[in-house]
Write a protein that binds this ligand. Structure first.
Ligand code: PGA
Length: 264
């Protein structure tokens, strides 16, 4: 894992934009895996600006979102479909037929549907670059603690913590969804490159467990230790519980000198 520690959320986002925009410029038909949540918001805002002001072209990009709530109408403001439209897709030139988000209102067999989502990813040639956030409980996608490290796209029951974290966007009389369809950890690990963004003290513990403790199904993000090309982009706060922050800073410097390709 390459761990990049930035001063602030703004700087972390700037670096994320640089990485994602470069990936799109280098490979206009990039297969990108996308995440929702508050952390990538500034990344998406800036990608929209680059599209508008510098013509960053998404016309051949193919996207796959990690997850979607089960049972929430796709046009509900808190659905991940709505989030993606509002924050990115409505403002760039990605083609609607190239956008994939799990269907949380699928009426038939969910296991068949999830297998078909996997098949779509495989048919597209796999994911080149997967953007991830991390939950306070260490989840990636919505792979809650004890998810198999080999798991594939499937329905998943959410922890109480995740339900509470997601409650803010719902009205006082609304019950936030308690289940989602999520790519599995095995699915995520097949992406060629992974970029995980973490900001704020609430994430510090999960980040430290994922990076500096043994791989365990209790902390889904620890599975990233098995992936050969993962970059963790952290702000100071999210890196606060790391024991070896100074070493990671030196590694980042060394990478700039010895293996700049790794920094994309
Ligand atoms: P957040 O969510 O970006 O809103 O903190 C991340 C996650 O739960 O994966």
């Amino acid at each position: 894992m390459l761990i990049l520690i930035k001063e602030s959320y703004a700087e972390l986002s700037r670096e994320a934009v640089r990485i994602v925009a470069n990936a799109v410029r280098r490979k206009p038909e990039l297969r990108i895996g996308l995440a929702t949540g508050s952390t990538p918001l500034e990344l998406y805002r800036e990608l929209v600006r680059l599209h508008r002001e510098e013509g960053l072209d998404f016309s051949r990009v193919v996207s796959f979102n990690l997850d979607e709530y089960i049972g929430l109408p796709a046009d509900h403001p808190q659905s991940f479909h709505s989030y993606m439209r509002r924050n990115l897709f409505d403002h760039i030139n990605i083609r609607s037929e190239n956008v994939h988000i799990p269907d949380g209102n699928w009426r038939g067999s969910l296991s068949d549907y999830c297998a078909s989502y996997e098949a779509l990813i495989a048919h597209a040639g796999g994911i080149d670059l997967q953007v991830l956030g991390i939950g306070k409980d260490g989840h990636i996608g919505l792979n809650e603690p004890t998810s198999s490290l080999a798991s594939r796209t499937r329905p998943k029951t959410l922890t109480q913590q995740t339900i509470e974290d997601n409650r803010k966007g719902f009205g006082p009389n609304e019950q936030p969804p308690d289940a989602a369809i999520t790519m599995g950890i095995g699915t995520i690990l097949e992406a060629r490159r992974i970029l995980l963004l973490a900001s704020g003290t609430a994430k510090a513990k999960a980040v430290a467990l994922a990076v500096e403790e043994p791989i365990t199904a209790s902390v889904s993000a620890s599975a990233l230790q098995l992936h050969g090309d993962t970059t963790l982009l952290l702000d100071q706060e999210a890196s606060a519980d790391l024991r070896h922050g100074d070493y990671y800073r030196r590694v980042a410097e060394g990478t700039r000198r010895l293996n700049p390709e790794r920094l994309w």
